[in-house]
Design a protein around this ligand. Structure first.
Ligand SMILES: *Cc1c(COP(=O)(O)O)cnc(C)c1O
Length: 469
């Protein structure tokens, strides 16, 4: 066919829209969206033919419908939807970190209507946004004052910019971390216009190193928790108590970036993580941590500390660009109330999952196994869950999992991700691992349905023992 003939033979958008495979896509996509994909595909074919006379020798209809089907699949895979987290990683950043408590979900839902976010219903007067939450956070952490921004990264930027722009901040070389998502501490300092004064070495930094670096330009000392990696061996660094006591003028702030911000002592569960109360008790001027790590709430950056310093942050011109919306305020208020009531371990899903015993997870595995139709290739095995989210690197929680062998594990995992309820699993050593630490009781039915469907649809591997040489 000549180029002109090929161009004339290109199917119209309307014809493609009547193709039965394309019609079927309307179950999950709007007609407008499908039409856009079809137009783009037809346009692509036209351009290819113009550039290359050999392109699309046969009728491109099949190519176009396949393209549209792939677009739809890719789009479905990105649509935000609930996911059953069967990875055993509690604070899974790709799955939105901390799941919220029922109370926080209800609070956010109620606040999504008109809500008194800046109105005191008693006096009828305007109130400060989030004032009650700040009081609750201060009460909970025994700090003088509190402030909330979008996330802990924003909190770091706010602190640096508001109290140290144009001046120096001292950091140990062992704490110059990259948090993830390209958030690297030295770059953040530069962006905030703060000079980074590195002290010590990668593995050892002494109090004297900090003290020797203080000069007229020093605005603050910051301690940064090594959230996502582990230093062991010949390692020294001062504790927050020692840092607070170091020789420095009163104008030099002591800042403690805790990262995950544990409110409870998790040592009984085998986990060592810096605690917010310790940091405040030690006398840090500003302690900052995430709302959606071990605090168990929505994404937020929480700053607590001395009134004069927090007030300085509150008055910063960039604060307005970092403030959280009413849904976050409502969810965080509900989460903080749970901490204050002493119910964190039972009512916050994150802490409930972290503190669940391996034995009850094993029982959960048995109860899931009972709902699986074809159990020949499935065993209950010990597993190791992770806290994740840059909390507690290097320590794992003993757990149990279902191990599904005898199927191509990546096919199985793919099928489970694309099921009517998405399920994210772990693939390890030629098997799919379903760790139940991060699966709630009321998700077991959907999880069993997903496993049953995957096993029905994915071809088992040929039995290697009987396979011919
Ligand atoms: C996780 C973490 C942050 C970033 O917190 P986000 O809330 O994700 O912005 C900052 N500092 C430390 C030490 C962290 O662990």
């Amino acid at each position: 066919m000549t180029k002109a003939e090929k161009l004339r033979a290109l199917p119209s958008v309307d014809i493609i829209l009547r193709d039965e495979d394309v019609v079927a896509l309307q179950e999950h996509n709007s007609l407008a969206q499908i039409t856009n994909w079809v137009r783009a595909a037809v346009q692509h074919c036209r351009e290819q033919i113009l550039h290359n006379p050999d392109a699309f020798d046969a009728n491109p209809t099949r190519w176009i419908t396949d393209y549209v089907t792939r677009q739809s699949k890719a789009d479905l895979g990105q649509r935000l939807q609930p996911v059953i987290n069967a990875t055993g990683v509690v604070l899974h950043t790709n799955l939105g970190r901390s799941p919220m408590s029922d109370a926080a979900i209800d609070a956010a839902k109620r606040a999504s209507h008109y809500t008194n976010v800046e109105l005191n219903l008693d006096s009828g007067r305007r109130s400060k946004r989030g004032e009650r939450l700040m009081e609750l956070l201060a009460q909970l952490t025994r700090a003088e004052d509190a402030l909330v921004v979008n996330n802990c990264a924003a909190a770091t930027v706010l602190v640096l910019q508001a109290i140290a722009a144009g001046r120096e901040v001292i950091v140990s070389r062992g704490q110059l971390v990259e948090i993830g998502g390209g958030f690297r501490l030295p770059d953040v300092f530069r962006a905030a216009g703060v000079t980074l004064r590195e002290v010590g070495t990668t593995n050892r930094t002494y109090l004297q190193d900090y003290e020797a670096a203080v000069n007229e330009e020093t605005a603050a000392v910051i301690r940064v928790h090594r959230s996502n990696f582990h230093l062991s061996g010949f390692v020294t660094e001062p504790t927050i108590d020692e840092l607070v006591q170091m020789q420095r003028p009163d104008s030099v702030a002591m800042i403690d970036d805790l990262g995950s911000g544990a409110m409870l002592d998790l040592a009984p569960y085998g986990l060592q993580e810096p605690n917010v109360l310790n940091s405040i008790r030690a006398g840090a001027d500003i302690s900052l941590f995430s709302g959606d790590k071990l605090f168990g709430g929505p994404q937020a950056g929480i700053l607590v500390g001395k009134k004069t310093w927090i007030e300085k942050l509150r008055r910063s011109p960039i604060m307005r660009a970092m403030r959280v919306d009413k849904l976050t305020l409502a969810a965080l208020e509900a989460t903080t109330e749970i901490h204050l009531a002493g119910n964190a371990l039972t009512e916050l899903p994150t802490l409930r999952m972290i503190t669940t015993s391996a034995d009850s997870i094993r029982q959960r595995c048995e109860s899931l196994l009972k709902r699986i139709e074809q159990t020949d290739s499935i065993t209950v095995v010990p597993s190791e869950s992770q806290v994740g989210g840059g909390s507690i690197p290097g320590s794992s929680l003993p757990s149990y999992a279902l191990r599904i062998a005898g199927y191509p594990p990546h096919h199985l995992a793919h099928h489970m991700r694309e099921g009517s309820v998405a399920i994210q699993t772990r693939v390890s050593e030629e098997a799919v691992i379903i760790d139940l630490r991060t699966v709630a009781e009321d998700q077991l039915t959907d999880l069993a349905d997903g496993i049953n469907s995957a096993i029905r649809h994915v071809h088992p591997l040929a039995n290697t023992e009987t396979a011919p040489e």
